[in-house]
Design a protein around this ligand. Structure first.
Ligand code: 6PG
Length: 242
């Protein structure tokens, strides 16, 4: 069992303030990686929380500080919908950020969850990560938290949580989800990251944030509590979640 780590949790008065700090964290992590290795690998998350972060990174306030030419952009999970679908995590980052900045298409690695054969798509994305991400260690890996404590598309009780070999797998989430079929990073890949940034907003996330803060074994029922990276783990939460 990986050792239990207590993350650094910072509470912000608003999603906007949280998103400004997240932008600073991402820029620092990317610039440090570029200084050390000439490149950076960043994995983006989906849902609604990171929208403001993406807008800020593309804004006049931050865009000039982002080493766009040296970052390879990946996604930590994706829904089984076309890239122009409102439910797509790629669509979120593209419309809020990538379409507005000088990033080369060659550095944007969309997760092909709209493929007919999801298992084959998972294996091809894993092969791409093995080829393009040194030591399989993302310099900055962004995650969100679902109301049930899921993160990426690792849902409570799902066998994907116990995957120890594969880095990317297909999953089928609960019937309540708008899009059930997905691709997701597994915990071995997530926990290989140099820096993981978890963003959480809203009162529904409070029990999960409190459980993770307590760091007790009961927290492990929440997949996000099992995010224990080799590197830094930082939670940025708003004052409704924290
Ligand atoms: C997804 C996301 C997922 C998300 C959480 C939080 O594809 O659903 O990657 O893990 O981060 O569900 O979503 P909100 O930011 O909308 O609360």
């Amino acid at each position: 069992m990986a050792e239990r780590v207590t993350p650094e949790i910072t509470v912000f008065p608003s999603l906007d303030a949280l998103s400004h700090e997240a932008a600073r964290c991402l820029i620092v992590a990317a610039r440090e990686a570029v200084i050390c290795t000439g490149r950076a690998a960043v994995a983006l998350s989906g849902g609604q929380t990171p929208r403001r972060l993406y807008q800020l990174l593309a804004s006049d306030e931050y865009a000039a500080a982002v080493p766009w030419d040296e970052i390879d952009w990946f996604w930590s999970d994706e829904r089984a919908v076309p890239p122009d679908n409102e439910e797509s995590n790629f669509h979120l980052a593209s419309t809020a950020m990538l379409a507005h900045v000088p990033v080369s298409e060659a550095r944007v690695h969309r997760m092909p969850a709209d493929a007919a054969d999801l298992d084959r798509a998972a294996r091809s994305y894993e092969a791409l990560i093995r080829e393009r991400v040194p030591e399989l260690a993302f310099d900055l890996l962004l995650l969100g938290v679902g109301d049930d404590g899921h993160t990426a598309s690792l849902f409570p009780g799902h066998p994907a949580l116990d995957e120890t070999e594969r880095l990317v797998v297909p999953v089928e989430g609960a019937a309540s989800l708008a899009v059930r079929r997905r691709l997701t990073f597994t915990l071995p890949l997530i926990n290989q990251a140099r820096s993981v940034l978890v963003l959480a907003q809203g009162p529904a996330k409070r029990p999960i944030v409190e459980a993770v803060l307590r760091g007790d074994a009961a927290a492990d029922r929440y997949p996000v509590a099992r995010v224990r990276p080799a590197g830094h783990l930082t939670w940025l939460v708003d004052d409704k979640a924290g």
